[in-house]
Design a protein around this ligand. Structure first.
Ligand SMILES: [Zn+2]
Length: 353
């Protein structure tokens, strides 16, 4: 009988707990990712200095590289600097920009990447994509998944609370993204990858249903795990489908229409998800999701992130153009301006104040 199986690109190490950073060198040695301790560590020029001070004693063989920002040029520069040394792995220690730069640079020089995020702002920390600014705006570059993800919950607690909140919005939006995938399956015959959908849905639901808050380590643990699983779900399906539907199209529309004023990715995705749930007629689920987002201090109305209702309506109308080929509740309903305005008014009433 044939034994059919599939291998999932996934990290060798997922270490999420308070104090994980202090053991980074030992974990990488034990897992044979770096027995020599020769690591190229990418950190930001600003807040990276404090982290470096704290981590450097436990990584005596590491070389440190300051990364300017989140551009393709920064990533190429980092790759150029790293290739001058002999390293076992590249460590990205910092926020999303640093991790994405390190991801791209590691792929370019053929080294594995160890992701050590210092905030939980989105699900890109373990995904096979690096998002970098290029001359044309912003690009998504396919890269290997990190070989290890180390998340120190003590460090996460020190990050500005807004970043952790954003991660909640991004994780919860999975629930809406999966509903879009199921809709595309029903209406368009699109194939659902059941494993990817299961991982992404469970990740979203676990954050949505968790009674705790940002101040609790057990909540942060679940949130961090949810974001890691969302990234791996994208590797499983080979695209962002499990974690990106109408919620993310609305988010992209905000970014493209109002580039200077856009809010955090996860804030916009959470709002987009609550509204998309309402659009698809899941009114109770929409109100529940909005209630959870509110409880965590996330926006559920455009004015809470500085946009007028008309600006939001324009974003919803424009959203399908941000992801040609992706079928969601927005493409399905194909609403015109006045219809979006009407549904939005109903949404506001339904979620209450
Ligand atoms: Zn996202």
């Amino acid at each position: 009988m044939p034994v059919l199986t599939r291998l999932i690109p996934s990290p060798l190490v997922v270490d999420i707990r308070p104090g994980a950073l202090d053991d980074l060198g030992c974990v990488l040695a034990d897992e044979r990712i770096s027995q020599s301790g020769r690591l190229a560590v990418a950190v930001s020029g600003g807040s990276g200095a404090r982290l470096r001070e704290r981590v450097a004693p436990s990584l005596p063989g590491a070389s440190w590289y300051e990364v300017g920002g989140g551009t393709l040029d920064d990533a190429v520069r980092l790759a150029g600097a790293i290739k001058a040394g002999h390293y076992d792995a590249v460590v990205g220690l910092g926020g999303g920009k640093i991790i994405d730069c390190a991801k791209f640079a590691a792929a370019r020089v053929g080294l594995p990447l160890v992701a050590v995020p210092t905030n939980l702002a989105h699900d890109g920390l373990c995904s096979p994509v690096a998002t970098l600014d290029n001359d044309a705006g912003r690009g998504s570059y396919g890269v290997p998944n990190p070989i290890a993800v180390v998340i120190d919950l003590d460090v996460i607690r020190e990050a500005p609370v807004r970043y952790v909140r954003a991660g909640i919005g991004d994780a919860v939006s999975n629930v809406s993204a999966i509903a879009d995938w199921e809709l595309a399956c029903r209406v368009k015959g699109e194939r659902i990858d059941g494993l990817a959908a299961a991982m992404a849905r469970q990740a979203g639901e676990s954050v949505l249903r968790h009674p705790g808050g940002i101040g609790d380590n057990d909540f942060l643990q679940v949130l961090a795990e949810a974001l890691v699983l969302s990234g791996i779900a994208m590797s499983v399906s080979g695209d962002s489908r499990p974690s990106s539907g109408a919620c993310h199209e609305i988010n992209h529309a905000f970014d493209l229409l109002y580039p200077k004023r856009a809010a955090a990715h996860g804030e916009q995705c959470g709002l987009g998800a609550a509204f998309a749930m309402y659009l698809r007629g899941a009114h109770e689920e929409s109100a529940h999701m909005a209630g959870v987002l509110r409880r965590h201090g996330l926006p559920v109305l455009p004015e809470e992130i500085g946009f007028t209702v008309d600006e939001f309506v324009r974003a919803v109308e424009f959203a399908p153009e941000t992801r040609p080929g992706r079928f969601t509740i927005l493409e399905h309903l194909d609403l015109k301006t006045e219809q979006i305005k009407d549904v939005y008014a109903d949404y506001v009433k339904a979620i209450g104040s």
